[in-house]
Design a protein around this ligand. Structure first.
Ligand code: AMP
Ligand code: GLY
Length: 424
């Protein structure tokens, strides 16, 4: 098979790494890819939002399966463009990707179908927001309706903070049209767990659990980021939690989407909070998490391409997912100053230490090839270093040891990824 992966981050590198293990794959392309993905796939300079160019490329190269890694092209309808041309593609259509693309939609869906989530109100103007906030308990959570690079969620402790949030999201339109509507939500407390799942429109197969660390600094301090590190499995995702979610959340979500005439084919990412009242959905995403994919895919025993094809063909019920019994921890190596401002273009040393290893991997996020063939930093999140271990504690020690092998100017990382597992 010839496959094309759409995207350029650590998640897409992890997808390419899993695809490369499939005996079905003869040739792999990635658009636009990065310097790490280039070791596994031929990178082509087409952007993820250039739908017509991507489809023309897939036609020209007779691509057998395209895998869309990123949220923007999915929410924008890349899958529909491919399907209209008879091209095989893994990912939800636009009318299903709305599960991530509109928080107002996903909240309404959960309410209508009795899927546990925080109580909320959707508003369409700043005046309406102020009216709702006047009667709200604090803290309160404000969420821009649309995609906002993971930054459209504000937790407001006081009415003054909420007022500033309303101005930012709905009046100043900091997140553009994403702020035309806003969800005002009850604040919940509890541990967060991510569960990714494969779906074929009818059947859902949850993968193993993972947990992200979103804040930039140790001890969950500092600004929200795309994710500074992950571990899998989560010891807090017990059998009891799993049973509850299987009964009340996973299949119900898939059935709800089908009932709405929006069958979901692809990955549903369930962002869950384990509250005192039981697990509740914080958010849905319509793609693999980044950096969740970097700890979940290395533990997957199935041929990922076979599973994706089963999704596209509506035959997921034939597949049982299998994950290894070991654990995986990913530490993100970022550029000092991320997520605000940072320098790039520094040479990265130590990457060759990972060649051929089966217990530790480097997934490139923001890197590029320099003029002399050296690999340079090219983003806020530069690399994700993932390591396996028999236990989470061992995997964490291995990941930090592996992270030491890499050096570049302004290297920054959190020192406490997976530390919470000591409490389990
Ligand atoms: P989201 O993009 O919806 O996952 O929100 C980003 C982060 O905000 C989540 O990972 C949570 O840490 C936090 N968050 C979102 N909604 C709530 C809520 N209702 N209560 C408490 N924290 C929340
Ligand atoms: N790691 C969170 C996300 O991918 O949205």
């Amino acid at each position: 098979m010839k496959i094309l992966i759409v995207g350029s981050g650590g998640r897409e590198h992890a997808i390419a790494f899993a695809a490369a293990k499939s005996p079905k794959v003869e040739k792999m392309y990635c658009a636009p890819g990065n310097a790490g993905i280039a070791a596994l796939a031929e990178c082509v300079p087409i952007g993820a939002m250039e739908f017509e160019k991507l489809a023309a490329f897939a036609e020209e190269k007779s691509i057998d399966l395209t895998i869309v890694g990123m949220d923007d092209p999915l929410v924008g309808g890349l899958v529909d463009v491919f399907e209209a041309k008879g091209l095989r593609v893994f990912g939800p259509r636009k009318n299903a990707a709305i599960l991530e693309g509109s928080k107002a939609f996903s909240k309404e869906l959960m309410k209508k179908y009795g899927i546990p989530t925080a109580a909320y109100t959707t508003v369409h103007s700043a005046a309406e927001a102020r009216e709702v906030l006047a009667g709200s308990k604090f803290p309160v959570v404000l969420k821009a309706d649309g995609l906002a690079l993971g930054k459209g969620v504000l937790i407001c402790q006081t009415p003054e903070e909420a007022e500033a949030g309303v101005v930012e999201i709905m009046e100043d339109k900091k997140f553009g049209a994403a702020g035309n509507a806003m969800v005002i939500e009850e604040f919940m407390t509890g541990r967060e767990v991510s569960v990714l799942s494969f779906c074929d429109g009818k059947t859902i197969r949850p993968m193993t659990s993972a947990q992200d660390h979103k804040r930039a600094g140790d001890g969950d301090t500092g600004l929200n980021t795309g994710g500074m590190g992950t571990f899998s499995p989560s010891p807090f995702y017990t059998e009891e939690v799993d049973e509850f979610c299987k009964k009340n959340i996973y299949q119900k979500t898939v059935d709800a989407m089908t009932a709405e005439g929006r069958p979901f084919v692809g990955i549903i990412f369930f962002g869950l909070m384990l509250t005192a009242d039981g697990p509740k959905v914080l958010e849905y995403n319509c793609r693999f998490g980044d950096p969740e994919a970097q700890v979940v895919l290395p533990r997957m025993e199935n041929d990922m391409i076979e599973v994706m094809e089963a999704c596209v063909d509506g035959k997921l019920s034939d597949i049982d997912l299998k994950f290894t019994n070991d654990a995986c921890v990913c530490v993100v190596l970022a550029s000092e100053g991320y997520p605000v401002s940072y320098k790039k273009g520094f040479p990265i040393k130590g990457l060759s230490a990972f060649e051929g290893r089966k217990d530790a991997f480097v997934f490139h996020a923001g890197t590029k090839m320099g003029e002399n063939g050296e690999i340079l930093t090219n983003g806020g999140r530069v690399l994700g270093v993932s390591a396996l271990g028999r236990t989470l504690v061992e995997a964490r020690a291995n990941a930090y040891k592996a992270a030491e092998l890499i050096s570049f100017d302004n290297k920054y990382f959190r020192h406490d990824i997976g530390k919470a597992i000591d409490e389990a």
